[in-house]
Design a protein around this ligand. Structure first.
Ligand code: SRM
Ligand code: SF4
Length: 422
């Protein structure tokens, strides 16, 4: 045990404290006293005492375990090695209690028993074990629990998805199935780092994007639809009459009777494509950007259309190197079909990888490579024709370069005759 006056302060507030949890854990796993001791020292010294990195892993895999060592092991031998193990989660994070118990028993046996459920990529993170425990842990994990390590390093990271069709009526494709299928399909890419840097897949069933794929993944597959939003006009009337609770009300905390469709739906539509006419709600679907606001607020009256698929956005990332960025919409609509085993989605992924593995610089995320060469060039690489939806904002500089083959009649064309013709 160590004296931890600074950490003890954290137990005094109204909230449950991780310090209390760690003290309880230390009763059965004494190395946890050393975590507390080392953390107390970090609070005092105002610097971390974890040494960065070092390659550790299991035979045949290049990712899945992050090496952690203490820089003061003589004082805290329990955390001399304290590696982090990433365990791939089931799609949609569905576990049986039997499976969870198995995992916790495994971690009690080989590690500190401390977990981070879940890490933000989606893995179960097992915090703290020694190098010599890794192979036996991996054997039991794969043989007894039939689970696997996730990704770390310059590889495909553990794919993650929203729970999609299993519980959510807005899902436009089966996110769990795609996530599982691609995880199995890309085992090599997940376990053996061969990319310039990390690459993340995330799958959201609709534009609500519950896994925040547009902000956090190099390849985001976001469910959408092609045809019109389905409207149940009778249900619209019930909302207006205050007979159905609207989701806007749930947030505003006011009574249901006062639902104001103009204020809470029509006026908030980002493209202004909705209006009331003869007691009915009308939508100009050509102008709809699939923001989901109206559907979220009046779920009994509105539903996504029937022609469902997904939008592909590429290149989100956090701030290291070139700054944080959202993913760029690259393919507005793609069919997502189990029948062809997602072949068309796989084709897009591999077109991106073939190019990025060739031209991406070391530690350059695909979004940064795209930025470096420019979106028009990236679209050419992807063999995609530019559409107005690719334009992020109106052009602000006058230097636009066309290639001769893109100009009807080439450089020698007769401009006057061309104008007359058009
Ligand atoms: Fe991360 C690096 C932990 C999700 C962006 N991240 C690291 C390192 C390896 C840094 C380090 O050596 O200390 C951390 C390893 C800690 C350890 O000992 O295990 C680390 N990142 C995590 C986790 C564990 C935080 C968490 O508790 O949730 C998450 C992974 C758990 C999991 O597998 O489920 C984790 N990291 C993310 C996310 C969110 C996501 O994946 O949805 C991001 C932002 C999205 C993105 O990928 O850009 C993220 N981590 C980074 C970056 C910045 C990359 C960039 O291009 O800007 C780094 C720095 C780097 O790679 O050198 C980084
Ligand atoms: Fe449902 Fe859409 Fe959220 Fe997936 S992203 S859980 S489909 S609301």
């Amino acid at each position: 045990k160590h004296d931890t006056p600074l950490l003890d302060e954290l137990e005094k507030g109204p909230w449950p404290s991780f310090v209390t949890d760690m003290k309880r854990q230390a009763e059965t796993h004494p190395e946890c006293w050393d975590i507390l001791g080392q953390l107390e020292l970090s609070y005092k010294d105002k610097i971390t005492h974890w040494k960065h990195g070092g390659i550790v892993g299991v035979f045949g895999y290049g990712g899945g375990i992050v090496g952690r060592y203490s820089d003061v092991p003589h004082r805290f031998p329990g955390v001399e090695h304290f590696h982090t193990v990433r365990i791939a989660q089931p799609s949609g994070l569905y576990y049986s209690t039997k499976n969870l118990r198995g995992l916790m028993d495994l971690w009690d046996k080989y590690g500190s028993g401390m977990t981070n459920m879940h890490g933000s990529t989606g893995d179960m993170i097992f915090l703290g074990t020694r190098t010599e425990n890794l192979e036996p842990l991996f054997w039991d994990l794969t043989h007894n629990l039939e689970q696997d390590l996730g990704g770390s390093g310059s590889n495909l990271r553990t794919p993650s998805c929203c729970l999609g069709e299993s519980r959510c009526e807005w899902a436009c494709y089966d996110t769990q199935d795609v996530c599982h299928h691609l995880t199995m399909h890309y085992q090599d890419e997940i376990h053996r780092p061969a990319f310039p840097y990390k690459f993340k897949f995330k799958f959201s069933g609709c534009p609500n994007d519950c896994v925040a794929s547009i902000a956090r993944s190099d390849f985001a597959l976001i469910g959408t639809w092609k045809d019109d939003i389905r409207i149940n006009q009778a249900a619209v009337k019930e909302y207006i009459a205050g007979n159905y609770p609207s989701n806007a009300g749930a947030h505003a905390g006011r009574d249901w009777g006062k639902f104001d469709i103009k204020k809470e739906v029509i006026d908030l539509c980002p493209t202004g494509c909705m209006w009331m006419e003869g007691g009915e709600l009308k939508i100009d679907n050509a102008e709809c950007t699939r923001c989901m606001h109206c559907i979220n607020v009046m779920p009994r009256a509105l539903k996504p259309g029937k022609e469902k698929g997904a939008t592909i956005c590429i290149g989100a990332k956090a701030p290291i190197l070139d700054g944080a960025q959202f993913a760029t919409m690259v393919i507005p609509f793609i069919e997502v079909s189990k029948e062809n085993e997602y072949e068309n989605v796989i084709d897009v992924i591999e077109q991106v990888w073939d190019w990025w593995m060739e031209v991406g610089k070391n530690r350059e995320r695909v979004g940064e490579t795209m930025q470096r060469i420019g979106l028009p060039n990236f679209l050419r690489v992807m063999e995609i024709e530019a559409t107005p939806q690719h334009v992020r904002e109106p052009r602000s500089n006058p230097y636009v370069f066309w290639r001769e083959e893109e100009v009807e009649g080439g450089w020698e064309r007769d401009v006057v005759a061309f104008r007359k013709k058009h």
